[in-house]
Design a protein around this ligand. Sequence first.
Ligand code: ARG
Length: 588
Amino acid sequence: MKKLLDRITEEVAGAFAACGYDGAYGKVTLSNRPDLCEYQCNGSLQAAKAYRCAPIQIASAVVEELKKAWIFEEACAVNPGFINLKLNPGFVRDYLQEMAGDERLGCEKTKHPCRIMVDYGGPNVAKPLHVGHLRSAIIGESVKRLGRFMGHHMIGDIHLGDWGLQMGLIITELRHRKPELVYFDESYQGEYPKEAPFTISELEEIYPTASARSKTDEAYKEEAMEATYLVQHGRRGYQALLQHILDVSVADLKKNYASLNVEFELWKGESDAQPYIPDMVAKLKEKGYAYESEGALVVDVKEETDTKEVPPCMILKSDGASLYTTTDLATLVERKKLFDPDAIIYVVDKRQEMHFVQVFRCARKTGIVDEKTRLLFLGFGTMNGKDGKPFKTREGGVMRLENLIADINEEMYQKIAGNPEISPEEARKTAKVVGLSAIKYGDLSNQASKDYIFDVDRFTSFEGNTGPYILYTIVRIKSILGKYRALGRDPEAEPVGHCSGGTQKSLMLELARFSGVMENAFEETAPHKICAYIYELANAFNKFYHETKILGEEDQEKRAGLVGLLVLTKRVLEICIDILGFEAPERM
Ligand code: ARG
């Protein structure tokens, strides 16, 4: 189904052509003067230069032609040469009926499906999830869902931080606490126990303890580095411990991400890339890309047009150890081999931008990825507290994600429990659903690259540009549809009815934008555009709702047509919030 703007543009382009002008001047946009018209075309102004005549002359001729087009109720030429347009209500209704008849509401799947990997989440094992991981999870999940909706093959990879010193630290601390464990017996040849020698809470305590001690105790740090080396170079007992650390962490992470409605197709980690390193390094040397500089192995990645210094990409440190860049490059080798993606989108804190500039350039230059693979860094800004500084607990510590979610849910519960029709159990459940919308919408409604203020009061409000407001709108529609059903009628079976102008037409025109918004949000990797759209749509709906008798409408056919419009509004909102990664309750 054609996008509404394309459909209108086609008509106007035809009129330009019929008047002897190039149809390309017929591009139509949403009106920036909604008080005057719904759509506008400014093409006459440019055409006037090419055809050396007055813009109004062209606009007037085109408008004469447009008067023949039934899709417009009004077309007029305005000085100096604008064309103002209003759609015929009958056309709008037909358009919406066609939309409603389509399972995808008229939004066509891409004709060129791509395999796109989204690298998001990025938590480090053995450390609790904290608010820093929240943005990556929320944005990455919605980018993935949006791509999937557009018909692409999307693969989400959590890319765990499961490699490096933290593993050595945990092993060392365990060794100090429980030296008798079989994992530390080098002569042991048998099978290791299936059960981990620690729980997730112990693990979460062990790591920070070890990390703190390593900062003051040099010998302890040496030991941890040695353990890191050994786990990376095949010490059996340590590798068995590594597996336990991973298993225990991953089980806990899965639970946490599930509570965020976030799901990964791949649970790979930095450790999975390690086997690819030796061969990759050998090739980089062999082909002459990598050279030694102050003992380290590096690849130059600066470019003439750089305005900021881009340091060489470091491949190996002088002691031969690999780095974060090495792991990301090797991960690209692995992804190419296993998935051959058309694109990879990295949803990572924007403070890591330079790292990705280096990795991307190095990967391209050395042929680790080929021309066809797009690499995109979607860097996000910081989530701040009301004081404008990175979000912290009241005590000033790093806020654990679980606690943040619990706080929001409690806030939501207090609001919902005020509704006497809702039992406390239902209120608890609903609070979780609405709380998630508060967190996710609060994040996604901002352009990803910007910092934003996490404001619990604002985000949980039922009014304004918030998740709960959107849900409230859906719940309102559900309630009307429920009453309609109680009259023995099936709302889903009602066609969208006649358009009577005013707020109803505004609502209908908002609905008709759906496919255009989706396409654009995908092209620009911009979930915030979906938020902006549903906020406008919800506003348009609520204005219409306050002015219109729906179930009270006596004319049965008219009433059915209004119900059909409500059903379509609900479907559009529900598809959008599903892409944003949350859902609506039955009531709230
Ligand atoms: N684990 C990293 C961190 O906590 C984020 C990983 C991002 N993804 C990547 N491919 N480097 O900073």
